[in-house]
Ligand binder design. Sequence first.
Ligand code: PLP
Length: 385
Amino acid sequence: MKHQYSNLSRLIYQSDIRSMSIECDKVNGINLSQGICDLPINQRVALAAKKAIDSGCNHYSQFDGLPELKKAISLKLRSYNHINASEENIIVSAGATGALYIASLALLNPGDEVILFEPYYGYHLNNFQAVGAVPVYVKLYPPDWHFKIKELEKVITSKTKAIMINTPANPCGKVFSLDELNQIAVLTNKYNLIVFTDEIYEYFVYGEKKHISPGSIKSFNNKVVTISGYSKTYSITGWRIGYLVCQKDWVQMIGYMNDMIYVCAPTPLQMGVAGGINKLPDKYYSRLCQLFSKKRNIICEYLQKAGLTPNIPQGSYYVLANASIVPGKTDKEKALYLLHKTKVAAVPGSAFYHSDKNTNLLRFCFAKDDSVLHAAGKRLLKLTK
Ligand code: PLP
């Protein structure tokens, strides 16, 4: 019988990340492909959620988020992101993923073009395609993943509606500088574009680099939808708590979309995150950053020794490594060769490019216990034998 899938479903296929995880399970390998952080949850966050459940906080909450959480987020936005937002500018959603989807539903029409920096995070692409928007790509050039402003301006047409920024970025770890953001702001003003910015890795920034939220930059003229969440910061990817902040003119319709799609984010878990934001000291975030900076160094040293030269990431918890020495005609073949030779799973670089099947890149996730990173690193050294 002919299937009855929608036109949209033709654009959605099993991601390479998922298929590498399945292959990895088959050989009982170490999975550095999926961006799952297996580190333990902070106890204050866990206790605040348990307390909420025990005290009967288990029902639908306001579609835009619990006041306690929105208040906590607004204070955090002021102090950490330098975004002057009040609770009315915030919608709590089902993770950063949910937040981007509801904002796209409210602000984009089918046929609108949205600019993505490439390599991109696959969910961003799927999200825009899911609302009928048309992705347009601008290259980031290694090793520092800079873009060329002329190339950015060149892809803007009368149909361009928005640009997606991801800082720090998955998969390349780029942290956009103030100068780069100012250059983008000149174009978004000139062409009246919306800026979506995904800052889920905002606390994972290494070395001299600093996280800068586009939403804090005046020259963007309030046309920024800032998206973030606590999946990564509190190691609660399964809780599905994220949020967005934007101008008041947009927030109401985006909130209605949240109501329609998700009804609300999980109520007691919103309380858990509010507890974390209110009670965890600044030291928690600086320690997190130090911890991950060490993990980055561990994995990068092994990659270097294994002949998989890493592009040292400025932020996030992924590293793209050069896979020229790995046999295989495509990135996917290389990832499979690596898995079978070393029992370590990585993601083929082509998963982050729209047409290039042979980028010679593999992505490794280092959000793992140090012991797992050492075990994986030792296995990767087999490549040199
Ligand atoms: N944004 C980026 C860039 C990511 O890499 C991820 C997860 O890998 C997410 C968003 C998912 O965030 P959430 O769990 O809040 O939906």
